[in-house]
Design a protein around this ligand. Structure first.
Ligand code: SAM
Ligand code: SF4
Length: 485
């Protein structure tokens, strides 16, 4: 595919987007053949692929297809061991934390699995005012968050200006020592001109889940609205890249299509972005369908993914794309989150609310309003509890946003990530941002667990990493904030 400078920009699925809409890289026959070629669980091949995965260079689609057949308990344990090894080698103990911020639940699409579907007449609709968005941001900052994922249904009051104003409002809020330093967004696919505006306002990752890469299933669950046009969605990350946004988050909604097909298609999607734009995807999200208000479908998904398959899927992704962040949301319960952290998840949300205005309402002790939420949460615990548990489990909670702010994004980020150099940055930045959290927001019992975790991290660092960490920690202890390298 050629990259068009795209004079047309455009903001809708119809019309002059043929080159941008070129989605021929998604070849269902090729994906199915790769799966069919590995229909049996081939222990010898699987062990070869697991050995190769420890070279940290990622896997081919054929190798991933072989791993997708793992069922045998012994091989499953070997798969998990390899995933734990790769996770530890690249990410160490760091887990990045963020919170979603839902600004509006109005939507022009009818997705069978989502509470925000325009056909859901029982949902209480709400689009936050800019003042309410600022209030939500204040609550999140006061909890200690530095990263937000802004989410909305596909229908914006006042058009796309609303989205831009919301982003500017979030970035402008200051509270004591705190502010939001990176906003990732999860919005329906846009035209190039709108993506350029998102880029100009300084978003971090543009996240877009394809939901499923199987065309028949996609058509069956997207009943009306712009989202019915599967190719418009599939080519959304292309347009974002063309507009200069080079951190792209892909994902599949698990429970729709055959998860094995969708994992291979995700690989193909990342490969397509890498070969066309020089950078694959920055993150992959693995949402499983949760019960959603007004959606019968969400109570009985077409192809539910079992807990065991879900863990395999996370482990396989970790081996297939070792440098790509894997994101898990609060859809999963605390136990599943614990297990998958060890297998490869590198970012989690915490203390989440999926109803617009949910954070301020919680503070005002208003009952959580499931009638406005997108889906029910599996993990209801506040940020501080999650942070304390992570520290007790030997992880380092990180609020780091340094790469994005130092311009280490897209291809540049991948270059850093693939060299050992990134470790010199991640270690100091994660202990630094964690220390900021401990000093400014943590409960006393979290402070002691956190300080132990930081001491443990420092003890495991190499000389230069340790030196930089000590400088950063000293400056933070003496009252400086937002110190990073
Ligand atoms: N409206 C935009 C879109 O659909 O791309 C962005 C916001 S939408 C709320 C974000 C994601 O929520 C969707 O891409 C979908 O994968 C996920 N989602 C929808 N319903 C869900 C459910 N019942 N359980 C879990 N995730 C769900
Ligand atoms: Fe709207 Fe997105 Fe929900 Fe579909 S998934 S109904 S597009 S908010």
């Amino acid at each position: 595919m050629t990259i068009l400078a795209s004079a047309d920009g455009g903001s809708g699925p119809a019309g002059s987007h043929r080159a941008e809409n070129d989605t021929s890289w998604l070849d269902a026959g090729e994906i199915q053949s790769a799966l069919d070629a590995h229909i049996r669980e081939d222990a010898t091949l699987i062990r070869e692929v697991l050995a190769k995965s420890r070279e940290l260079e990622g896997l081919t689609a054929g190798e991933v297809a072989a791993l997708l057949q793992v069922q045998d308990p012994e091989l499953t344990e070997e798969l998990y061991a390899a995933a734990r090894w790769v996770k530890e080698a690249i990410y160490g103990k760091r887990i990045v934390l963020f919170a979603p911020l839902y600004i509006s639940n109005f939507c022009g699409n009818a997705c069978s699995y989502c509470a925000f579907s325009k056909d859901n007449r029982t949902l209480k609709r709400r689009a936050l005012t800019i003042e309410e968005i600022r209030r939500e941001t204040e609550v999140l900052i006061d909890q200690g968050h530095k990263r937000i994922l802004m989410v909305a249904g596909e229908s914006y009051p006042r058009g796309f200006d609303y989205v831009i104003e919301a982003l500017e409002a979030i970035y402008s809020v200051r509270r004591g020592n705190g502010e939001i330093r990176r906003i990732n967004v999860n919005l329906a696919p846009l035209g190039v001109d709108e993506f350029r505006r998102l880029h100009a306002v300084g978003i971090g990752t543009y996240q877009l889940f394809q939901e499923t890469y199987q065309r028949d299933v996609y058509a069956a669950v997207h009943l009306s609205g712009k989202k019915r046009d599967m190719d418009w969605r599939l080519s959304g990350p292309d347009r974002a890249m063309q507009a200069g946004i080079d951190d792209i988050g892909l994902g599949a909604l698990l429970g729709l299509g055959d998860w094995r097909f969708d994992v291979l298609a995700l690989m193909k999607h990342a490969e397509h972005l890498e070969s066309t734009y020089g950078a694959g995807c920055h993150t992959i999200s693995v949402p499983r369908i949760e019960r959603a208000h007004g959606s019968d479908f969400s109570n009985a998904p077409l192809n539910p993914v079992s807990d065991e398959d879900f863990k395999r899927l996370v482990a396989i992704l970790r081996l297939a794309v070792p440098y790509t962040g894997i994101i898990m949301s609060t859809r999963e319960n605390a136990e599943m989150r614990r297990e998958t952290l060890a297998l490869g998840v590198s970012q989690i949300s915490a203390g989440s609310r999926t109803n617009p205005g949910g954070y301020a309402a919680q503070l005002d002790q208003v009952e959580d309003d499931f009638d406005e939420s997108q889906f029910s949460l599996g993990d209801h615990r506040p940020l501080d509890t999650v942070v304390r548990e992570l520290a007790a489990l030997d992880y380092t909670p990180s609020f780091c946003t340094a790469c994005y702010r130092n311009g280490r994004t897209g291809e540049d980020f991948m270059h850093w990530a693939k060299t050992a150099d990134i470790k010199q940055k991640c270690g100091p930045n994660s202990v630094g941002t964690f220390m900021e959290y401990l000093l400014d927001y943590a409960k006393p019992e979290t402070v002691s667990a956190g300080e132990q975790a930081i001491e443990r991290d420092l003890a495991e660092m190499g000389t230069e990493e340790r030196r930089v960490s000590d400088v950063i920690l000293d400056r933070i202890r003496s009252g400086k904030r937002d110190v990073f390298c």
